[in-house]
Ligand binder design. Structure first.
Ligand code: RP5
Length: 162
């Protein structure tokens, strides 16, 4: 059975369209992952258990996305030494600035690697997880290099009228 090294967690089902961007990147790169709804406010016991067991279960990166009062990434970082990559989900009321501020300003000692707001941030969280895993996985490092090279090659030299 393939070992799962990446956990994608999110505060709500409503976060999934955003967090799927991270999952799509991991799929592209052939990285196994799990997806869970873990809410800091609605399912705190689930959060606690997930954080307590994460390292022992072999997780090496946790991608955590939440919106609004987005306490999930920070609380997860307080519960496990496994690196947490935070994704501020874009909200309707405050466009995700609330999510960003809730995630990014962690106190010294418990870091969250905070990505950009929304879909780009979620995709970059997948790439950040891939980069972390690639430091000890030469095959993945090759796949990640190829992915990056393909993206660069896809960018035209000059703009065209649309
Ligand atoms: C947060 O509240 C979730 O991460 C989500 O982004 C936001 C709204 O959740 P729902 O009311 O859509 O379930 O905890």
């Amino acid at each position: 059975m393939t070992e799962i090294n990446v956990g994608i967690i999110m505060g709500s089902q409503s976060d999934w369209p955003t967090m799927k961007e991270a999952a799509d990147i991991l799929d592209d790169l052939g990285i196994a992952y799990e997806t869970k709804i873990v809410s800091a406010h609605r399912t705190p016991d689930r959060l606690w258990r997930y954080g307590k067991e994460a390292a022992g279960r072999g997780l090496k990166v946790i991608i955590a996305g939440a919106g609004g009062a987005a306490h999930l990434p920070g609380m997860m970082a307080s519960k496990t030494r496994v690196p947490v990559v935070g994704v501020p989900v874009q909200t309707r009321a405050l466009s995700g600035v609330d999510s960003l501020y809730s995630i990014v300003q962690m106190p010294k000692g418990f870091p969250v690697a905070t990505m950009a707001i929304g879909a780009a941030g979620a995709a970059n969280a997948g790439l950040m997880a891939a980069g972390i895993l690639a430091t000890s996985d030469p095959d993945l490092a090759e796949r990640l290099d190829a992915w990056r090279a393909a993206l660069s090659a896809s960018i035209p030299d000059e703009p065209v009228d649309q």
